[in-house]
Design a binder for this molecule. Structure first.
Ligand code: SF4
Ligand code: SF4
Length: 197
């Protein structure tokens, strides 16, 4: 007789597991509703490595590598439909991707043994390249050195802010008027005052 916690027969696919079985298998865990992983292109060229290094300069974005070679972008982000009881609020109309995810061989049960490297920062990826792909690392570093330096974005923003401040000062402080221009404006002044009454 089937007891709670029994593993369902292996021949059943994830889509054939009942909601109760799914809930039993996932009891106390909601990990896969709190992260997003998206497969990304394998880097080979300087531009491709540079792109993922740029991504890793951003907060909450990580990359991992599986064997055989598959690269993933990993984002810590809780699904908006995971409720306070750690259950799916849209169960029954949740994405097929969620339905097909099999809790019998998910990351909770099977250690993610296929993962061979995890990069939390750009430095992690650069260090990995230096160690595992030294030729690519050397080529990328030479390419970086040879590429024209642009000002860092922070400085560029500062330059823009200074230019904007100068423009505002110019608007606030118009150029001194010539005596002829002063005379024209004085002649118009009573008419303008009259209109405002
Ligand atoms: S499928 Fe696995 S990782 Fe996802 S909630 Fe269930 S037990 Fe946790
Ligand atoms: S839709 Fe439901 S099952 Fe899918 S990630 Fe969100 S809470 Fe989890």
């Amino acid at each position: 007789m089937k007891k709670p916690g029994d593993t369902p027969p292996a021949e059943l696919s994830a889509l054939e597991l009942s909601p109760t079985t799914n809930a039993d298998l996932c009891a106390g865990c909601s990990r896969c509703c709190e992260t997003v992983s998206i497969e990304i292109d394998k880097p080979r060229t300087n531009h491709e490595y540079d792109q993922w290094i740029w991504v890793l300069h951003h907060e909450n974005l990580e990359i991992y590598l599986e064997k055989p070679e598959r690269w993933y972008l990993h984002i810590e982000s809780r699904c908006a439909h995971l409720n306070s009881q750690q259950r799916c609020d849209i169960y029954g109309r949740h994405p097929v991707l969620c339905r097909e995810y099999d809790p019998r061989d998910c990351e909770r049960r099977a250690p993610l043994s296929d993962i061979v490297a995890w990069f939390k920062t750009a430095e992690d990826l650069e260090q990995w390249m230096a160690k595992v792909r030294p030729a690519h690392y050397k080529r990328m570093m030479a390419w970086r050195k040879d590429t024209v330096q642009a000002p860092p974005r922070a400085d560029a923003r500062k330059d823009r802010a200074t230019a904007m401040a100068r423009a505002l000062i110019t608007i606030a402080e118009p150029a001194p008027r010539s005596p002829a221009r002063e005379a024209v404006l004085n002649a118009r002044a009573p008419k303008q005052a009259k209109r405002r009454v």
